[in-house]
Ligand binder design. Structure first.
Ligand code: 5AD
Ligand code: SF4
Length: 449
């Protein structure tokens, strides 16, 4: 009998990838994806612990799920509830204690055991907690199926982090850095392309620290891997995220120069423009290191655009430190960015430092975001009047419309026939809304007249 699976995914693209793999793992047990948790037979919350009040959000969501579970029980049926991801990893025992109706709690490193966990939970006998860091890499145990990845697919190549930035929980929740062997990555990419993917985004918490076993022995860095993937017929676009400035090596820069499939858009978080704060954060790079790296990347690929993450209000950040961040933003110019107020994560070094008042953080964040938004708007506006290669991904909101992405990840709407899904088409950009562009497929405008 068909059972219904609802997965709610929080946080980063790694979680989006993991959720898709979890759905594949339980498909053989008869679970098919559902749009809502109402009446679902299995509900998985794939959680994120990176910022603010993550655990509280999960507990409040669980309150909702509990009502649905009770309702199903009254109807004589069972709903299995699982909490996965980084909150599960960090606060597994607390979840089991405070929400005893939860059947399974497991971290990012053990979800390959999901079929076994589901079977155990279905047999009853109380909740199952699995937040170990197993010796066997989970990737060796994931199914090799990839039913419908879509035109733009995600591929996890690296996990965990050994950098230990003082604000970040990732080294604790995702564990030590691990790179998948190159052959395994290439095989997965081949399957994605065969299933219709035209673009692949390589994922990792610290993706450019990639150092996977090469097919011929030895190790490959990310630059080598990109070169190999670019040889796959049908794979038109390559991206990777998230990078650390320290790990941008010459091979990677050369990959940006030489490989047309590598898109000229790079998410390279700098976090702060102040050397004092960067040192306190244990980022292992200065603002000038970042400037130099960006300069080299732009020399290699003059049309490169950048995005970044920023944290404001890190413990000890003075007004001068914050000004240094604004200066760096003005100097580099970002096409897009994410910025956050520093939020203490339990167990990380910075959490025990003296905290700045929230009002200061809020004020700085507003100022930084105004600047970043201005840069983003200017970047988008500069596209008007140009032609951009757009990879169409899916139907748009309006009839006859498709949505795709520019090389810079800007969403682009244009009237186009559904056959163009999966194709890269030249689009004349005519308009810009807050976060997307609109355009006319080159050739179609004359044809319509
Ligand atoms: N507080 C605020 N922002 C954080 N990030 C990570 N940890 C914290 C924290 N404790 C941000 C960083 C990182 C992004 C994914 O989330 O900017 O690059
Ligand atoms: Fe966290 Fe990224 Fe620093 Fe690793 S490099 S500790 S994932 S912010």
């Amino acid at each position: 009998m068909q059972k219904r699976l609802f997965i709610k995914t929080y946080g980063c693209q790694m979680n989006v990838y993991d959720s898709a793999r979890m759905a594949e793992l339980v498909a053989p047990l008869g679970y098919a994806p559902a749009e809502t948790p109402h009446g679902a037979d299995l509900v998985i919350l794939n959680t994120c612990h990176i910022r603010e009040k993550a655990a509280e959000k999960v507990f409040s969501e669980l309150g909702e799920i509990r009502r649905l579970k009770d309702a199903k029980e009254r109807a004589g049926e069972r709903m299995l509830v699982a909490v996965a991801g980084c909150v599960a990893q960090a606060e597994g025992e607390e979840i089991m204690r405070r929400a005893p109706f939860v059947d399974m709690v497991f971290g990012p490193q053990t979800y390959h055991r999901l079929p076994e966990l589901v079977a155990r939970a279905a047999r009853g006998g109380g909740g199952v907690l699995d937040t170990s860091f197993p010796a066997e890499p989970k990737f060796d145990h994931l199914p090799a199926t990839t039913p419908a990845p879509g035109v733009a697919a995600l591929l996890s190549i690296q996990e965990g982090c050994d950098k230990f930035c003082t604000f970040c929980v990732v080294p604790y929740t995702r564990g030590a850095e691990f790179s998948r062997p190159a052959a395994q990555v290439i095989a997965e990419a081949e399957r994605l392309v065969a299933a219709g993917a035209r673009e692949i985004t390589l994922l990792g918490q610290n993706v450019n620290a990639y150092h996977g076993t090469a097919r011929e022995g030895g190790e490959w860095g990310l630059g080598d891997l990109l070169r190999a993937l670019a040889r796959l017929p049908g794979l038109e676009r390559l991206r990777y995220t998230t990078s650390h400035p320290r790990d941008v090596d010459d091979e990677l820069i050369a990959a940006h120069r030489d490989i047309v499939q590598v898109m000229p858009f790079l998410h390279l978080p700098v976090q702060s423009g102040s050397d004092r704060i960067l040192a306190a954060m244990n980022r292992r790079h200065t603002a000038d290191d970042y400037r130099r790296t960006v300069r080299k990347l732009r020399q290699a690929r003059p049309d490169l655009a950048l995005s970044s993450d920023f944290i404001v209000g890190y413990p000890g950040e003075s007004d001068l430190d914050f000004r240094a961040t604004l200066d760096l933003v003005v100097e580099i110019g970002f096409a897009q960015s994410f910025s956050f107020k520093y939020s203490p994560r339990p167990g990380t070094p910075a959490a025990s430092e003296k905290q700045l008042p929230d009002a200061v953080k809020a004020e700085r964040l507003a100022e930084l975001q105004a600047l970043l938004q201005q840069q983003q708007r200017a970047f988008n506006a500069a596209a008007i009047g140009t032609a951009m290669p757009v990879l169409f991904e899916k139907p748009g909101r309006h009839k006859g419309q498709l949505v795709g992405r520019s090389p810079y990840l800007q969403p682009i709407h244009a009237d186009a026939p559904p056959e163009m899904i999966g194709e890269i088409v030249s689009v004349n950009i005519v308009g810009v809304t807050s976060n997307s562009l609109s355009g006319i497929v080159a050739g179609l405008d004359e044809a319509a007249q």
